[in-house]
Write a protein that binds this ligand. Structure first.
Ligand code: C2E
Ligand code: CA
Ligand code: CA
Ligand code: CA
Length: 275
C-alpha cells in the first residue's frame, strides 16, 4: 500500500519537535535541580570473593525532581553532558562521596562515576584534590570509574589526567568493559587498577557460551596484568558460582545488594567508624 510521504514527514517533525522541547525542559529543570539540592547518592556494595566480605561501594546518582519524581541517571546524564551542567553535578558527586566515605569502614573503597566531559574539564583534578583534603579520607579509598569514551579523542591528554589522579593516590577503574571500543592498546597504555566487566556478559552467562569465553579471557588478562577484575550485574547464585570459578576478584549486583541510601547500608557495627 502506498503511504503519504508528506504525512510521515509531518508526524516525524512533530515527534522531533516534542523531543526537542522535552530536552529543553529537562535542561531547565536540571539547572534548577543543581541549585536546589534535588540530587542524592545511593550506594551499592561491592563484594570481594577472597575475603568474602564487602570491600567497597559504588556511588550512584539519583535525581528527585518535584515534577518528574525519581529520574534515572541514564535519562538525565546525557542531557547534563551536552549542556555542560555535568561539571557542577559531577563535582558535587565527588565531594559528597568522599564525605560519605569518611563515615564508612576504613577497609572499604568508594567508587564514583565520572563522565568524559567532566573528566576533561579543566577543574577536574583540583576538584578531586580538594574533596580528598576536605574529607581527609585515604586517597586510595577513592576509585574513579571511567569508560572508554574518556580515551577517545586526545589520548595523550587523557593519560596526563590519569597520571595526575594516580599521583594523588586515587585508583582508576575501567567501567562497562566490552561494550564500547574496548582496545588492548588502552589497557596496556593506561594505568587501570580495575576492570569492570559489563553486566550484559553476566546476564548472558547461562545462555551464550561466548559470554563465558569472554569473561574467562578478561579475567585471565586481568590477573596476568595485576588488575582487579569485577563482574557487574550479578543477580543469581548460579552466576556467582561460575564467576568465582573464573576467578573474578570482586562482584557487584542485586545478589549482594541493591543501591541504597548511606544510612540504609548494612554496615556491621564492628566495621562502623565511630561518628
Ligand atoms: P553503571 O556505572 O554501569 O552502574 C551500574 C548500573 O547497574 C546502576 O544503574 C545499577 O543500579 C545497576 N545495577 C547494579 N546491579 C544490578 C543488577 O544486579 N542487575 C541489574 N539489572 N542492574 C544492576 P543506575 O544506578 O541506574 O545507573 C546507570 C548509569 O548511570 C551508570 O551505569 C552510570 O553510567 C551512570 N551514572 C550513575 N551515577 C552517575 C554519576 O554520579 N555520574 C555519572 N557521570 N554517571 C553516573
Ligand atoms: Ca560504574
Ligand atoms: Ca558499569
Ligand atoms: Ca553504564
Amino acid at each position: 500500500a502506498k503511504r503519504s510521504g508528506r504525512n510521515d514527514i509531518a508526524v516525524y517533525d512533530a515527534k522531533l519537535h516534542e523531543t526537542y522541547l522535552e530536552r529543553q525542559q529537562i535542561e531547565a529543570d536540571l539547572r534548577k535541580a543543581a541549585q536546589s539540592r534535588e540530587f542524592f547518592l545511593v550506594y551499592q556494595p561491592i563484594f570481594c570473593v577472597k575475603s568474602a566480605r564487602v570491600c567497597g561501594y559504588e556511588a550512584l546518582l539519583r535525581w528527585q525532581s518535584p515534577v518528574r519524581g525519581i529520574v534515572s541517571p541514564n535519562e538525565f546524564i546525557p542531557v547534563a553532558e551536552e549542556t555542560g551542567i555535568i561539571e557542577e553535578i559531577g563535582s558535587w558527586v565527588i565531594r559528597k562521596a568522599c564525605k560519605d566515605a569518611a563515615a564508612l569502614p576504613e577497609h572499604t573503597t568508594i567508587a564514583v562515576n565520572v563522565s568524559p566531559v567532566q573528566f576533561r574539564s579543566r577543574a577536574f583534578v583540583s576538584v578531586v584534590t580538594r574533596a580528598l583534603q576536605d574529607s581527609r579520607i585515604n586517597p586510595n579509598r577513592l576509585e574513579i570509574e571511567i569508560t572508554e569514551g574518556v580515551m577517545i579523542g586526545d589520548a595523550g591528554e587523557a593519560l596526563k589526567i590519569l597520571r595526575a589522579l594516580k599521583a594523588l593516590g586515587v585508583r582508576i577503574s575501567l567501567d562497562d568493559f566490552g561494550t564500547g571500543y574496548s582496545s588492548f592498546s588502552y589497557i596496556s597504555a593506561f594505568p587501570f587498577d580495575k576492570i569492570k566487566i559489563d553486566q550484559s556478559f553476566v546476564r548472558d552467562l547461562g545462555q551464550r557460551s561466548e559470554s563465558l569465553a569472554i569473561i574467562r579471557a578478561v579475567s585471565g588478562m586481568c590477573s596476568s596484568l595485576g588488575i582487579v577484575s569485577t563482574a557487574e550485574g550479578v543477580e543469581t547464585e548460579q552466576q556467582f558460582e561460575i564467576l568465582r570459578t573464573e576467578h573474578c576478584d570482586t562482584m557487584q549486583g542485586y545478589l549482594f545488594g541493591k543501591p541504597v541510601a548511606l544510612n540504609e547500608l548494612n554496615v556491621s557495627n564492628a566495621d562502623r567508624v565511630a561518628a
